[in-house]
Every structure is written in structure tokens, then in C-alpha cells.
Design a protein around this ligand. Structure first.
Ligand SMILES: [Zn+2]
Length: 266
């Protein structure tokens, strides 16, 4: 059983344009065309049993359609969805209630694409209310390849939020890109051991040795296998992961057991 906890798809009619735009600003060639059907094809081809799609509301007006689509498609087959919420959401509680009621496991935040810092009071409020409802919060963390000169979610901002929401957000926060993209040394000294999950998306091929160091220090109980498809290849990532010097027990936790707990699936 393999679960890819971090993927992106776009509605068919806008996938081509969106993927081309994101590929250009990030300088990353895509491995699929970003359509849901193409993710399913990739999963079939490479032996990925389940994937989690993380949509981002880049404008408040997108929340409603994103969440309606996530609610409709979540768990219908082998793909699960997070909900989307924007920092300028006019009805945080109502939006989160809808996400919870729809059976979604959590929300996705993207500080760079939503134009706020991770420890912004609006985000802190959203995260407090989400955690209170038993929702998980996935956030992009570290450098974003599209906005290299300004990091909107640093390890220090994460520590600030963990301090403010101590006892509320414990084990509900999922930090993408192994705690912070392209900042593994800061992750090692500041975030390892904190009550957070980290996913392997987009960094496993960049610095696999650092990833192993982080997994060893943080513990395999709170690491999730993830690719960031279409920006990385699910096949290549599974190959790299299988070759990491980890025990079979650790690999099982990272490949599916931890994700099953979060998604409430077996
Ligand atoms: Zn991503």
C-alpha cells in the first residue's frame, strides 16, 4: 500500500493553462498535464494506491467552488482531497464547518500564493478554528520556487505559531517539503521533534541524505510519503524512497500507515 500525500490536479478545462503558467514561474517541467485522469494514470503506472490532492484558494471567491468539488470527489475512488480557505475568508467558521461536514480531512494553506506570512493573525485564527474541529492543516513551508526572494513560511514563523496554539494544534499541522523547502539544516535544529507532521514532497530527489537525517531525528511516526505531482514523478519518487536506508517498519509508516490514520481509512 502506497499513499502519495501531496499532489495537485486542476479542473480539465483550466489544467493546461494553469500547469503551463506554474511551470513557467517555478521553472519546473510538469510530469503530467495536471488533469485528474492523468494523476490516476500515473498512479496506475507506478503502483500508487491512493493520492491526496491539495487545492489552494488563491482568492476568497474560489473557496466555494474548490470545496464543493473536493466534497464531491473526496474518496469517490482512490483520490482524497483537502479543502481550501483563503486568509481573507469572510466566514471562517462556516467554511470550516462545511469542510468538516463534507468529510474532508483538512485544509491546505499556501502562504506564498495567498500573500501572507505563516504567523499572520488571520492564519492563526483559521488554524485554531480548524484544529478545534479536528481538521488537519497542510501548509507549504520554506522557499517557494516561484517566489525565491521572499520566504512566507520560515521555521521561525512555524515555531511562533506552535507557541501560540500550543495544546490546540499539536499533531494537526502538516509541513510540506520535509518541514521547509530547501532549508533542511534549519528544520533539523528547529523543527525536528515538534508535534508536527512533515511530507517528503518535492525534496526527496534534491537531498535524500538530509531527508533521512530529518526522518531519524523527527521519527517515522510523523513523516508522510509525498511527491508534489505533477511537479515530480511519482515513479521516480517511489524508487528513491524504496532505496533509502530505513527499516521496513519505518517505510510502512511513511508510505501508508501515518496517512491512513490522518485520512481515517484502512
Ligand atoms: Zn505542492
Amino acid at each position: 500500500m502506497v499513499i502519495d500525500f501531496h499532489t495537485h490536479t486542476f479542473p480539465d478545462k483550466m489544467a493546461e493553462k494553469t500547469v503551463a503558467h506554474l511551470a513557467k514561474i517555478g521553472g519546473l517541467p510538469p510530469h503530467t498535464d495536471g488533469k485528474r485522469g492523468s494523476l490516476l494514470e500515473s498512479m496506475n503506472k507506478y503502483g500508487i494506491d491512493r493520492s491526496v490532492v491539495l487545492p489552494v484558494a488563491t482568492l476568497p471567491k474560489q473557496e466555494r467552488s474548490i470545496n464543493a468539488l473536493s466534497a464531491e470527489l473526496n474518496g469517490k475512488d482512490v483520490i482524497f482531497y483537502a479543502g481550501g480557505i483563503h486568509p481573507d475568508c469572510g466566514d471562517v467558521c462556516g467554511t470550516l464547518d462545511f469542510i468538516k461536514k463534507s468529510g474532508l480531512f483538512g485544509i491546505k494553506l499556501h502562504p506564498d500564493y495567498q500573500g501572507v506570512h505563516f504567523d499572520d493573525p488571520r492564519y492563526v485564527n483559521i488554524m485554531r478554528e480548524a484544529a478545534k474541529r479536528g481538521l488537519y492543516i497542510v501548509t507549504h513551508a520554506g522557499i517557494d520556487v516561484g517566489f525565491r526572494d521572499h520566504v512566507h513560511c520560515t521555521p521561525d514563523m512555524i515555531l511562533n505559531v506552535l507557541g501560540q496554539l500550543e495544546g490546540v494544534i499539536d499533531n494537526r499541522l502538516i509541513l510540506a517539503h520535509m518541514g521547509s523547502y530547501e532549508m533542511p539544516d534549519e528544520v533539523l535544529c528547529k523543527l525536528c521533534g515538534k508535534p508536527v507532521y512533515m511530507d517528503t514532497a518535492a525534496v526527496l530527489d534534491l537531498y535524500p541524505d538530509k531527508c533521512v537525517e530529518i526522518i531519524r531525528k523527527h521519527g517515522a511516526d510523523r513523516i508522510l510519503f509525498a511527491t508534489d505531482s505533477p511537479w515530480k514523478s511519482q515513479g521516480e519518487y517511489l524508487g528513491i524512497f524504496e532505496n533509502l536506508p530505513l527499516s521496513e517498519g519505518e517505510k510502512e509508516k511513511i508510505l501508508h500507515r501515518n496517512a491512513e490514520r490522518i485520512l481515517s481509512v484502512k
